[in-house]
Write a protein that binds this ligand. Structure first.
Ligand SMILES: Cc1ncc(COP(=O)(O)O)c(C=O)c1O
Length: 386
């Protein structure tokens, strides 16, 4: 019998004693082991051997039906199982869409700033990135229109609700304009809606997933933020025409659904009402953390940075004075046993280096208070590093 390695870790895990707000993963107390135990037992008690086969390319229809019901309830908009394609999370879905719907050398529009690891996925596929700035209402549609005069993008990648890193939400009006422009200029809208259901104060406008009938839209959703990242389970919601293109691809024809087994277990979690319960717990916990971080920032960083309290998602986005070098500060942060992500990693132009991103997902309230006090000391003692 093989010997068992018992140490558990993850890439980017903070050293003991560190409070690193750069980590964008849930804290261990929010990872639902009991839920998984109950859902797995419920599934395995009645599992049939056939469930361990490849299954359907689009994803098990019973899972898609359960997911459709869950989304219908939470989007307050009817979602049907046929609109859903099962993915292994939004990163995999994005990589898959780049591989299937774009060709090397194509142009993709992205937000400036955007989720930093998405840059790498587009680079992996040899896509040219053009950054479109965002403001408090999300993607600047006026600047998108300007860029459409110069480029013919194959797709735009957007994070409409509770942006990573900025925290802002695309207004209803801009969502409609974006859908219209996608038809007029024939580009795809890949909407990463990973934070859509994580609202704590104010609900965002309807997901772009509810608008797949009116634009070239593919909405990406994931269980990473509403259940557990380690499940590697998500979905693509789209129109029947785009669904045909996804189903006709070799990898799907050869391997079937990207994460069939996990989808059985998560179906049981949804059917038992456990996902809905967990969502309520996550919203309540993160809301308290946002309030705690906001209060701690006012106490320790007033006059050193500006920010807006996010209504949902995982992040605060802080702007330091012009000329500040967040990357240099980040190197010094370890001495203060704190950490964050520097703004420039979210920029396709190596800009935004006077900004930084803090995640409140990985720490409880006490650690948040302590970590922000340390951050305050770092900024006070190292005014503008360049
Ligand atoms: C905007 C955004 N997209 C995608 C992901 C990763 O999603 P998944 O775990 O479903 O691959 C993250 C995680 O931080 C994210 O913030």
């Amino acid at each position: 019998m093989a010997s068992r390695q018992r140490t558990v870790t993850f890439d980017g895990a903070p050293a003991p004693g560190m409070i690193n707000f750069g980590v964008g993963q849930p804290s261990a107390d929010l990872l639902p082991v009991d839920l998984m135990r109950a859902a797995s037992a419920d599934f395995l008690a009645s599992a049939e051997p056939i469930e361990l086969n490849y299954g359907e390319r689009q994803g098990d229809v019973r899972f898609r039906a359960a997911l459709a019901e869950f989304l219908t309830l939470n989007y307050a908009h009817p979602v049907g199982p046929d609109e859903l394609f099962v993915s292994a999370g939004n990163s995999q879905a994005l990589d898959f869409l780049c591989g299937q719907l774009a060709r090397q050398g194509d142009t993709v529009f992205i937000e400036e700033p955007t989720y930093f690891l998405a840059h790498q996925i587009f680079a992996d596929h040899g896509l040219k990135m053009v950054g479109i700035p965002v403001d408090d209402d999300g993607l600047r549609i006026d600047l998108l229109i300007e860029q459409l005069k110069k480029h013919r993008p194959v797709m735009i990648y957007t994070i409409p609700s509770f942006h990573n890193p900025g925290g802002q939400t695309l207004s209803h009006e801009r969502r409609k304009l974006l859908a219209e422009l996608s038809l007029e200029h024939d580009f795809l809208v890949v909407a990463d809606e990973v934070y859509q259901l994580l609202h704590y104060f104010k609900e965002p406008p309807p997901a772009l997933g509810t608008m797949t009938g009116s634009g070239n839209i593919l909405s990406l959703g994931s269980f990473s933020k509403i259940m557990a990242p380690g499940l590697r389970l998500g979905w693509i919601q789209t129109s029947s025409e785009l669904m045909e293109r996804l189903l006709g691809t070799g990898v799907v024809n050869s391997g079937g659904c990207f994460n069939h087994f996990t989808s059985h277990v998560v179906r049981h979690a949804i059917e038992l009402g456990l996902q809905q319960e967990l969502l309520a717990k996550l919203r309540a916990t993160y809301r308290r953390r946002v309030e705690t971080m906001d209060a701690a920032l006012h106490e320790h960083l007033a006059g050193l940075a500006t920010w807006k309290r996010p209504d949902g998602g995982y992040f605060f986005w802080l702007e330091l004075e012009k000329g500040a070098d967040a990357s240099a500060l980040r190197k010094l942060a370890a001495d203060y046993r704190t950490g964050f992500q520097a703004g420039e990693v979210f920029s396709c132009r190596h800009g935004l280096n006077n900004c930084l991103r803090l995640s409140f997902a990985h720490y409880g309230e006490e650690d948040i208070r302590e970590g922000i006090a340390r951050l305050g000391a770092l900024l006070r003692e190292n005014p503008v590093v360049s």
